[in-house]
Each structure stands twice: as C-alpha cells, then as structure tokens.
Ligand binder design. Structure first.
Ligand SMILES: Nc1ncnc2c1ncn2[C@@H]1O[C@H](COP(=O)(O)OP(=O)(O)OP(=O)(O)O)[C@@H](O)[C@H]1O
Ligand SMILES: [Mg+2]
Length: 408
C-alpha cells in the first residue's frame, strides 16, 4: 500500500516551502472558528463563530450514543472507507425521526468519525458543517447531521451507494468493473457542476481538495462532491486571490498555489484537469509504481495531449471502441486547458460544464464524427506506455485496505 499513500498525504507547507508532512494540519490565516473570519466583513450570510455555524446549519445535532447505536458500536465490518479525517461507517437511522434504527430498516447513512484530536480536525469538521449545512445542490453530498460531544466529532451524510470515483477508477476486482466512457463523462459533468455551483456562490467558495476520492457516486452514478474540510471563501471585492497556507493533495494542487499560497477558483480548475486526466487515462495523478518519468500523470501526459494523433496513447485501454476520435480529442483538449500553467488561460467551471455537456451523447458524437471527418471510430487505440504494473492490475497495492468493496 506504500506508494499510493503518498497521494493521500496532505500538503502542509508555507508558500515558499513545498515539503510534505503526513499531518493533516492547516494553518490558514483565516480560520473558521474564532474571530479571524470577521475580517471578511463583506460576507454577511456566512456564519462566523462556531456557535453560529452549529446553530444556523439546517442539520441534526446527534448524540454520540445515537451514532454508536446506528453504527452498531462502530463495527469494523461496517467501515465504508478511511481518509485523513478518520473512518467512515455505514449506519441506519429512521427516515422520519432520524433516530438510530435496526440494521436493514430505515435509511442508510454514512457516519464519518474523526479519529484524532486537535485544532485542525476540529476546524475541518466545522468547515464541513459551515458549507454543507448551508448549501443544497444535486452535485454536493447531503449533510444530515453532526455530533460534538466531549472529544467526539462526527458527521452524518447521505449514503452514496457506489462509493467514490477513486474506487471505480483504480480499484480492481469483481465489484469494480471498468466504468464505461459514457459513465466517466457523466461523472465528470456532475462533478464539474458541483464545482461550478461553488464558484458561483456569493461569496465564492473554493473547494481546494478536488480529487477522485472526494467524488462520491449514487446508485445512478450521479456525482456529488464531499469533504469540505479545506473549502474556504474566495476573494471578495477588488482582490484577485486569497492567501493561505498551502493545503490539498499532491498531484492535484495547482502549481501557482503550491508556489505562492495564492488561491483562486482557477486552482480548483487545475485540480479538475488532473481528475479529468485520471478519468480519461485510468491512471492515478501520482503513482510511483509506474516507470520512471511517468510517476506524475500531468508531466507524463502533457506531450500527448498537445498532439491530436498521439492523444489516444493516454486513453484508458479498457475504453477501447467506446469513444470517437473527436470525443477523445475534445476531452483531452479540455484537460490540457485546465492544467495550463498560467491560471488565466484555464477555462472557468461554467465553460467546462458546457464543454462536457457536448461530450455526453456518445452515439450522437460518433455519428457526427463519422459524417464530419470520415474518421473511423478507434477500435484498438495503441497501448498506453503508462500501463499499470502487474501489482496494480491485481489490486495488490491498493492503498485502502479498509474500503468496502460493495456499497449496495
Ligand atoms: N457519504 C458516503 N457514502 C458512501 N461512502 C462514503 C461516504 N463518504 C465517504 N465514503 C467512503 O469513505 C472513504 C473515505 O472518505 P474520506 O472522505 O474520509 O477520505 P478520502 O476522501 O478518501 O481521503 P482524504 O481524507 O485524503 O480526503 C471514501 O473514499 C468513500 O469510499
Ligand atoms: Mg473524502
């Protein structure tokens, strides 16, 4: 599991220093709790203090005992997955009263339990309630409630029965058959709509941790963004950016943000480009199991993305015959625009949503493609030079041993 863990390690750096720490610690200048947020006086609708956040959010305040009952005492066999925050458990609650219910009755929910103490864990827990307690959107995961009791901090979400996009793209096994081209495009569009919604909010919200493990899928593969622990308000007034300590995940964070700590909505756009590349290639943003020179997906893929003929070399072999030349080129071209080094050159999320809408209808595109260019639909694109290692193919190096293979 070693190699891929590094992907999940949060970047905790000062703007001038890009060292890696395994600690999930933020040192944001503008923390959510306390008075520092009061400096953003132009954002009145957003709660400022912990009390205001907890009181104003439209979610239930659970007792620890209720969640203990609902998860059957946090049984290890009901763990859905694990992240930097802690473990996520499957639980049952009554649909009407939201009280703990017997397994198999009522409504399934996902309970995230913070497994370490400290200010940072608390800040992220609070940020999640601050944003998800206010926002309701078809492409944001629904927060049902929270628990704050003694040292216990938990969050209760709607259950996303197909788990994370990360599992679908990178996990091998009977339960994780390769996602088709059209489902991948559907997920990309859904996630883009979630980000577009946040960027259009007043004040704008920058998500800051866009990656495949934070894209959750419902039974119909509708994508919803989860994990708002690192989200923060974007610049207001004349300001072009907000300055923060660098947080996020290596491989996804925009280079200018890593270098300067200057955060804009275009930082999310860069991360979106990395995710789109992962979706197209079926390869992780960073994977040290790949041959030398291919560890970093962006660096490896860029030369292929700029060449219309070679672009197929980065498309997942498992998608053979499912897409047209035109679709592959458009999707790859979009990813390339998103990962542009110059943030201003990157498209905004609304433009990305529009571009992805055009990529939704596979059959329509194929017909159009044949008519307009006469190009045949590729049946067997050349093998990717970045083919997964045998270990990756059989799942031996999957980094999340606790993740449940089936979420149904
Ligand atoms: N609402 C949910 N419904 C179903 N499964 C979920 C839900 N929330 C999380 N999970 C599962 O739990 C896993 C862990 O989620 P979590 O958000 O704690 O960490 P992560 O996003 O994987 O990693 P990181 O902490 O680095 O962001 C997810 O990848 C997913 O498989
Ligand atoms: Mg997550």
């Amino acid at each position: 599991m070693g190699i891929c863990w590094s992907n999940k390690i949060k970047a905790e750096t000062t703007p001038s220093n890009t060292g890696v720490s395994s600690k999930y610690v933020s040192r944001d200048a503008n923390s959510l709790s306390g008075g520092s947020r009061a400096s953003s006086s132009s954002v009145p609708p957003t709660p400022r203090t912990e009390g205001e956040i907890l009181q104003s959010s439209d979610v239930k305040n659970f007792t620890f005992n209720e969640l203990k009952l609902a998860t059957r005492n946090f049984r290890p066999d009901s763990v859905l997955g694990e992240g930097g925050f802690g473990s996520v458990f499957k639980a049952w609650i009554d649909e009407q009263t939201l009280a703990a219910a017997k397994p198999g009755s009522g409504m399934i929910v996902a309970v995230k339990k913070l497994n370490h103490e400290g200010l940072q864990g608390h800040r992220e827990w609070l940020a999640e309630i601050n944003y998800l307690g206010q926002f309701h959107h078809p492409h944001l995961v629904k927060l049902i409630g929270f628990c704050l009791e003694d040292e216990h901090r938990l969050l209760v979400y709607e259950f996303m029965s197909r788990g994370s996009m990360e599992n679908h793209l990178f996990r091998r096994g009977t339960y994780f058959q390769p996602l088709s081209w059209s489902l991948r495009m559907k997920v990309a569009l859904g996630a883009a709509k979630g980000l577009a919604f946040l960027h259009a909010a007043e004040p704008q919200v920058i998500y800051r941790d866009f990656k495949t493990s934070n894209i959750l899928l419902d039974v119909s593969y509708n994508a919803k963004l989860s994990d708002f622990g690192l989200a923060r308000d974007g610049p207001t007034g004349e300001k072009s950016h907000v300055t923060t300590r660098v947080m996020g995940t290596y491989g996804y964070a925009a280079p200018e943000y890593l270098g300067t700590g200057h955060l804009t909505a275009k930082s999310d756009v860069y991360s979106f480009g990395v995710v789109l590349l992962e979706i197209l290639s079926g390869q992780r943003a960073i994977d040290k199991n790949r041959p030398m020179g291919q560890h970093n997906l962006v660096e490896w893929a860029k030369p292929y993305l700029t060449n219309k003929r070679r672009v197929f070399r980065i498309i997942d072999n498992r998608l053979e015959g499912q897409y047209s030349h035109e679709q592959a080129q458009k999707a790859a071209g979009l990813a390339l625009q998103c990962i542009a080094l110059e943030p201003r050159v990157r498209p905004n999320m609304d433009e990305i949503v529009e571009a992805l809408k055009e990529l939704q209808d596979t059959r329509g595109m194929r017909g159009k493609d044949r008519r307009s260019s006469g190009d045949p639909v590729p049946v067997a694109p050349p093998k990717s030079p970045c083919k997964s290692s045998a270990a990756a193919e059989n799942g031996a190096n999957y980094p999340r041993p606790s993740a449940s293979p089936l979420y149904m």
